[in-house]
Design a protein around this ligand. Sequence first.
Ligand code: JB3
Length: 213
Amino acid sequence: MTRGVIIIGAGGHAKVCIELLRASGYSVSYCIGASGSDETCLGVPLLHGDEHLARLRSDGYEEAFVAIGSNGLRQRLAALATGLGFRLVNAISPRAVISPTAKMGQGVAVMAGAVINADSVIGDLAIINTLASIDHDGHIGEAAHVAPHAGLAGNVTLGARTFLGVGCKVIPEVVIGSDVVAGAGSVIIRNIESNSRIAGVPAKALPKRDMIR
Ligand code: JB3
């Protein structure tokens, strides 16, 4: 018998991803969270502590999904899971529109209403959140997160772990480095260096202490 998917994470993002996986026909067996009092997440039994992963793998569970919004933590926990031999599945809404020529990585989440257009490449562990759009030839780096309602025009590149907040807009051809955080509603009209914190219309650099998600 095929065993269900193990969800790593048990918060708001996990709830959304559990529903995406169920809508695609997966069964979800356990969530694994940090310490806390909840015993279930959307009806899925919740285990506390990542030490459970090794035991579940030896019990025959093979598939996992890392459902944690923090980009760096998602990447670290994915490395832990794949190192134990788990295969990362994708959680893709049946109501997302994904070009047949788009290339999708592993452990990717694509929420309802998202659009991914021709020849785009979506890196492992990326999140393309509700109603976000990636237009043609987009390159989304590993563990990047394009938040709800963000819109990327054609030929936009995002580096690894970059976060574009709710409603960000990016004009064509822009290259955004890795580990960038763009505040909600930013309008990005020029290339952005890695590790930048930006916000505004048009987006400008912020001192780190001013930055919010
Ligand atoms: O904006 C949207 C639509 N979604 C956000 C999402 C992308 O990111 C959401 O609103 C949140 O801002 C965030 O969701 P997430 O990551 O589910 O955050 P939260 O609801 O705070 O839950 C964090 C979960 O991570 C909790 O279940 C923690 O127990 C779990 N966690 C934290 N550290 C961990 C660890 N779980 C494991 N397995 N291991 C850890 O080290």
